[in-house]
Ligand binder design. Sequence first.
Ligand code: GAR
Length: 211
Amino acid sequence: MKKRIAILLSGRGSNFEALTDSVSNGRIPNAEISVVISHREGAPGIERARARGIDARVVPSKGLDRDAYDRQVVAVLQEKKIDLVCLAGYMRLLSSYFVQAFRGRILNIHPSLLPAFPGLEAQRQALEHGVKFAGCTVHFVDENLDAGPIILQATVPVRDDDTVDSLSARILAEEHRIYSEAVRIVLEGRYRVEGRRVVLLKEAEAAKSHV
Ligand code: GAR
C-alpha cells in the first residue's frame, strides 16, 4: 500500500512542489500526496496543489486558539488516513495535541543549520551573524520551535556579496533536494532514533517502518 503524505504550508509551496515531483518521478517511491492543508486562504501553494489535481484544503485559523485549530487539522489528517505529515513553510507552532497524535511522523524543513537561527527569517539571521556556511535542516517535529531530532542537513557557502535573496535561493535548492531524501529515509524506516540523534541505516539494516 502506498504511504499517504500530507503537506502543511503557509505560502509559496516550492517545497510542496519538490516533494510532489519526487513522488511522481520515483525519488520517493510507494507514496502519494494525499492532501495539502493551509491556514491561509490564497496561499499560492494551495493554488499550485489544486492545479495538480491534489486535494487542497484551507482550514481557517481565525478566532481559534492553537489547540482548537489543531484538532480540526488532525481530524482532516485522520480522515485522510495520513502516514506522514510534512511541514513545508508552515508558519505555525504545533500544539502538543497535534504532536502527540502524530509523534515521530511529522517532519519539518528549516532554512538554517539548526540549532543555529531558529524562527523567522533564518537566512537573514545567518547573513547578519556573519557565518561563512549556512544551510538547511530536515528534522522530526516536537513541541518546541525548530527543535526535534535532525534527520539531514546540507551546507552552502556564504559569499561576501550575498544578499538575503541570493543566499535564500542557494539554500532553497538544497532544501528541495534533502527534503525528498529525508522523506524517503523515514518512509523506508532507514533510521533509528537514539536520544537526540537520528542514526541512518543502510537499506539492508532497515527496521520495519515506524510510519
Ligand atoms: C522555506 O525556505 C522553508 O525552509 C521555510 O519557509 C520556506 C517556505 O518556502 N520554513 C521555515 O522557515 C520554517 N521555520 P516554500 O513555501 O517555497 O516551500
